[in-house]
Write a protein that binds this ligand. Structure first.
Ligand code: BGC
Length: 742
């Protein structure tokens, strides 16, 4: 697979790659993600137009985001015979993603008895209008042929836990095809409309059956002439307001010949505007540069620019895996990219957490805690989609009790950290007054209520949790969790001391807290708790235990543990997983902690822990590699970081990512890894950080990189940054932080 000059290109056809290409060639505009599939694909090939933040649940299945009826569906008949992949073997086939402009295209040639027929098509999710999809489909033959193109809306959508539409109505009105689908749970509507334009004589009829509505376009070809069909489609849902149906109709009605070209030009210009800030240039390493910008492309495709309160799912907009739920991935792995390149999107992501605070308060109450316990797998309204039985045992087919939902308490701290990073990087504290203060206060109350006091010493502990390493459940004093909780308590205490935390509905938190004993009392309690909260310390060899008793677990190699698997899809963690009783961990845990709090450790200690934990890390999550990469940079070792950086940047370009957890399919794109690659490049290699309201850099470039150039927003100023490796006469890097605008 070639990844050069902003294109990924696959020549030849491989049926086994249908699923992975669906992710790799994805296009999107934040409102929707279009899987990278061919026009003739149906649900069998996982064709999908995945919608951001719109969910449905059927029966006992998992609630998951909706896939809209697919308006791209198109197939070809020559002399009455279907020519479509994968059924009909192609003579030539290539599939391309222009990731500079978010355009997916294909060229396929089939051999027919009368000569070759060729299709060239392209489509994109319009960046200028989040509801619009545009497509061009051109047919060329080497002979006079009887051609039929069937193009329309396929409402027989791919679902994991569907079907989600109880009712689907399909109709044609003045050449506009209209699909109106009604969801099962809430009776919400999804509207899909489309218009096609052709610039050649043809016969156009409408063909429909219960789940598809198509234009049947029949024409006779002249040899070597291109016959081009252009399509504009619109997708709206009831979430877009009461006018959604009307707007969906209007959006395509004005369609006219040439609209595709104009739409494409504007769309490309919009992408160029994004790249003007987000592109990262690396001199000396094209492979890394393209992989990194490809990661950035994926983050741009899923950025919610069309709203002011929405977050991003763990698998982006690549489908329904992981229930389309929002995890800590957003705040801890993706957020920094948006902070530095599109602060408004960063705010939108965090507003989602502010708006879902009621769900977090409710969850805490249900578990007998105070404050805000955020959903581990958050959906609309902060509903926790994580179930008590989140993995299926491969041997018995039975659901396994897992504790992700109950015990991964570090989620609330990730949100506080995200809010504070927003405030510190942008200098904009409106997020605090718009509900951020309250979130921080409630998260601190949550951690306060989790504390266990040891009666024999003045020490608080946090027992029975799951840290980032999910293979070890229900452990005591996970260092990462305790340190993050301490940070939340300290932050809340400082904010309370600085000013009373205002309540979103205008009631002053000073009064609210006052009714429960006074805000000063809470500030004092948080401060004391932060001080006495036990934080594991390095032992005499310099190693910090991931949790109480970790070092006493069996110390074996990953290979040894892998060799104990009886089934390749078997879950490694939980009650009797192969890793649970060993020191093998799923993902960076202590490394994540050290990355976030490097001031707590000497470099030598960080390095020792890197060396201890990395060989014991299975990297069973795509979130893992970037944390080791960034920690290696903090230990002044960019070359050690480099392969881990590349692993993150290539997460959606290479094969081999985990597709199964037990019997649950978890494939899709990996936006957290993409965000991790960006963080490693900008904060690790270029070494960008904020100190006392000032932007600074402490670079550590990998050996082949002579220079990095990029832009970042900080404190409401856009900076052009250039980092240059010292030449023979210099001893230190040259860093230029040039203000472009304010
Ligand atoms: C990881 C979590 C992550 C989730 C979603 C899991 O495999 O262990 O840390 O939040 O995937 O990406």
């Amino acid at each position: 697979m070639k990844v050069m000059n902003w294109r990924i290109e696959r020549t030849g056809y491989d049926q086994n790659q249908i699923t992975s290409y669906g992710n790799r060639f994805l296009t999107g505009n934040g409102y929707m993600g279009i899987r990278g599939t061919l026009e003739e694909y149906t649900k069998e090939q996982l064709a999908a137009v995945n919608l951001a933040g719109v969910y449905d649940r059927v029966g006992q299945g998992w609630r998951e985001p909706l896939n809209a009826p697919n308006p791209l569906y198109t197939c070809l008949k020559v002399d009455g015979e279907y020519y479509r992949l994968p059924d009909k073997e192609a003579k030539k086939h290539s599939f391309t993603l222009d990731f500079r402009h978010g355009i997916c295209s294909r060229k396929t040639v089939w051999h027919t008895l009368r000569g070759d027929v060729c299709i060239e098509s392209e489509h994109f999710a319009d960046l200028c209008d989040p509801h619009i999809i545009r497509m061009k489909y051109a047919v060329k033959t080497k002979f006079h042929g009887d051609i039929e193109v069937l193009t329309g809306i396929d409402a027989d959508v791919w679902d994991i836990n569907g079907p989600h539409y109880d009712e689907i109505s399909l109709q044609e009105e003045d050449n506009t095809l209209i699909a109106r689908a009604t969801t099962h749970e809430k009776g919400d509507h999804v509207y899909v409309t489309e218009q096609v334009t052709v610039d050649f004589p043809c016969e156009m009829k409408t063909k429909s059956d219960p789940l598809t509505l198509q234009h049947r376009i029949c024409f006779v070809t002249e040899p070597e002439r291109e016959y081009c069909i252009e399509k504009t489609a619109a997708v709206y849902t009831d979430h877009d307001g009461t006018q959604a149906e009307f707007l969906a109709g209007e959006a395509v009605r004005a369609d006219h010949a040439g609209a595709y070209q104009t739409g494409k030009r504007r769309h490309c210009e919009a992408w160029e505007r994004l790249w003007a800030v987000a592109e990262v240039q690396i001199t000396g390493d094209d492979e890394a540069m393209y992989a990194l910008n490809y990661s950035i492309y994926h983050l741009q495709c899923i950025a919610p620019r069309h709203t002011d309160s929405l977050s991003i799912a763990a698998r982006g907009l690549s489908g329904q895996t992981y229930k389309g739920a929002v995890f800590w991935d957003t705040e801890m792995f993706m957020l920094d990219f948006f902070l530095y390149t599109q602060p408004a999107v960063a705010k939108t992501l965090l507003k989602y957490r502010i708006d879902t605070l009621p769900g977090a308060l409710q969850k805490a109450k249900e578990y007998g805690y105070q404050g805000a316990f955020y959903a581990w797998e958050s959906q609309e309204g902060g509903y926790d989609a994580c179930t008590d039985y989140n993995v299926t045992d491969v041997f018995t087919g039975r659901p396994m009790r897992t504790y992700f939902k109950d015990k991964q308490v570090h989620i609330s701290a990730a949100i506080v950290s995200g809010i504070m990073r927003y405030v510190n990087t942008t200098g904009d504290d409106s997020l605090l007054t718009e509900g951020g203060y309250e979130v921080i206060y409630e998260c601190a109350r949550f951690y306060y209520s989790l504390l266990t006091k040891r009666v024999d010493r003045e020490q608080y502990e946090i027992l029975d949790v799951i840290g980032p390493d999910e293979y070890h459940e229900r452990v005591n004093n996970n260092g990462y969790t305790n340190r993050m909780a301490k940070y939340v308590l300290e932050t809340a205490a400082a904010l309370l001391a600085y000013q009373a935390i205002p309540h979103r509905d205008g009631v002053n938190r000073q009064e609210t807290a006052g009714s429960e004993g006074g805000w000063q009392m809470w500030a004092g309690r948080f401060e004391e708790a932060a001080e006495k909260l036990y934080i594991p310390q390095p032992d005499k060899t310099g190693i910090v235990e991931q949790f109480d008793g970790y070092r006493k677990l069996e110390d074996v190699s990953i290979e040894e543990v892998r060799g104990r698997l009886l089934n390749e899809k078997e879950y490694w963690g939980g009650a009797y997983g192969v890793a649970s009783h060993t020191q093998i961990i799923k993902q960076a845990d202590v490394a994540t902690w050290m990355n976030l709090f490097p001031q707590d450790f000497a470099k030598q200690i960080m390095e020792r822990n890197w060396n201890y934990y990395e060989p014991r890390t299975e990297h069973g999550s795509s979130l893992s590699a970037c944390m080791y990469a960034m920690l290696a940079c903090k230990c002044d070792n960019p070359d050690k970081a480099y392969p881990f950086f590349l692993k993150s940047a290539n997460a959606d370009l290479s094969d081999g990512g985990k597709e199964w957890a037990g019997l649950v399919y978890i494939g899709g794109t990996h936006p957290a890894a993409a965000g991790g690659a960006y963080m490693t490049a900008i904060e690790g290699f270029a070494g960008i950080y904020m100190e006392n309201g000032e932007l600074k850099a402490e670079p550590h470039l990998p050996k082949n990189w002579s220079e990095m150039r990029f832009h970042i927003w900080a404190l409401e100023e856009l900076y052009e940054v250039c980092v240059k490796r010292p030449d023979e006469l210099q001893t230190s890097y040259t860093v230029t932080l040039h203000k472009v605008s304010g």
